[in-house]
Design a protein around this ligand. Structure first.
Ligand code: ADP
Length: 321
């Protein structure tokens, strides 16, 4: 019987992680489960550092960004020894189920751990990258999108007034989900994603065309993983004569109060994670697709790459005429 569960936040922080911790604790507690919150990501599992969590301990955090349990990237967890220590910690504390709140890397770690422990593991997707295979959306994505959109709206004022081209870099080292949604919703003239790269000539031609059509400014949204944006800025200036500015939005996108949407997902995912453990399902992640909550095995999610919806890129292009 399930008696004691652990919860851990791992990898990059995402707004809504706290709301997810709260949902896990407040679903588990009335069912008679004890909850151990492991600290600083997988390091807490390796070092056996945790805090006991009850419903009062997670009061007043639903609206806070970051994570009260802290999170780090933990290289030791990538080693056999690290995984073994984590498995021992779970055994020593008689943890029957573990909820891992994090992104792809955290789930790869969770999958490795699942092979070395009898503790059932359930993953809750929380990352601003939205790159977890199996779920349409992750906790924190909507918040990061809205933060980037409100910053770029401000940049647009300057772009229009000064008749400039702005290349705005948003987060996304490997994947372009954030750049795509942000680009579409700020009305960017071009969106650059790491999956596809870009053609500098085409972009310059687009800008020359748009000047002919009477446009006075251009916004190009690029994911940080797109190589060569500095060079692109120089090329655009040379070919079009436009003044070009490159702006990196940076870490503002990771923090801040979670939006209602991110909190909603956190509540839904957190409750479903505990229910999944109570149903004796193990080694799964929680997913939302077409507004339905489902589960997928950890093995499947780490094996596949989530596809980028390139139709949205086409739509952004059509609407940028
Ligand atoms: P995210 O979960 O946001 O994608 P990371 O990629 O940094 O963040 O992964 C978080 C942590 O998960 C890493 O610091 C590491 O401890 C663990 N991890 C990532 N990949 C693996 C792996 N292949 N095997 C074991 N642990 C991993």
């Amino acid at each position: 019987m399930l008696k004691r569960i652990g919860v851990v936040t791992s990898g990059g922080d995402a707004p809504g992680m706290n709301a997810a911790i709260r949902a896990v604790v407040r679903t588990a507690y009335p069912k008679g489960l004890q909850v151990y919150g492991f600290l600083r990501g997988y390091e807490g599992l390796i070092n056996n550092s945790f805090m006991r969590l009850d419903p009062r301990a997670v009061g007043g955090i639903i609206h806070l960004g970051g994570t009260i349990l802290r999170t780090i990237r933990c290289p030791e967890f990538r080693t056999r020894k690290g995984i073994k220590k984590a498995a021992e910690t779970l055994e020593k504390n008689r943890i029957d189920g573990l909820v891992v709140i994090g992104g792809n890397g955290s789930f790869r770690g969770a999958y490795a751990l699942s092979k070395q422990t009898d503790t059932a593991i359930v993953g809750v997707p929380a990352t601003i990258d939205n790159d977890v295979y199996g779920t349409e959306e992750t906790i924190g994505f909507d918040t990061a999108v809205n933060t980037a959109v409100s910053e770029i709206d401000k940049i647009r004022d300057t772009a229009v007034s000064h008749e400039r081209v702005f290349i705005v870099e948003v987060m996304g080292r490997k994947r372009g989900f954030l750049a795509l949604t942000v680009g579409l919703t700020v009305g960017a003239e071009n969106i650059l994603v790491p999956e596809l790269g870009f053609n500098a000539d085409e972009i310059c031609n687009d800008i020359l065309e748009s000047i002919k059509k009477g446009k006075r400014s251009s916004i190009i949204v690029a994911a940080e993983g797109v190589k060569g944006t500095r060079k692109l800025a120089k090329q655009i200036h040379k070919r079009t004569g436009c003044e070009v500015r490159l702006t990196v939005l940076g870490h503002v996108q990771r923090g801040g109060h979670p939006t209602a949407r991110s909190r909603m997902l956190a509540c839904l995912f957190g409750e479903k994670a505990v229910e999944t453990l109570l149903n004796k399902e193990e080694d799964k992640i929680i997913c939302i697709n077409r507004n339905q909550l489902t589960t997928l095995s950890l093995k499947e999610t780490v094996k596949h790459e989530k596809p980028l919806n390139t139709e949205l890129l086409e739509l952004a292009k059509r609407l940028a005429v």
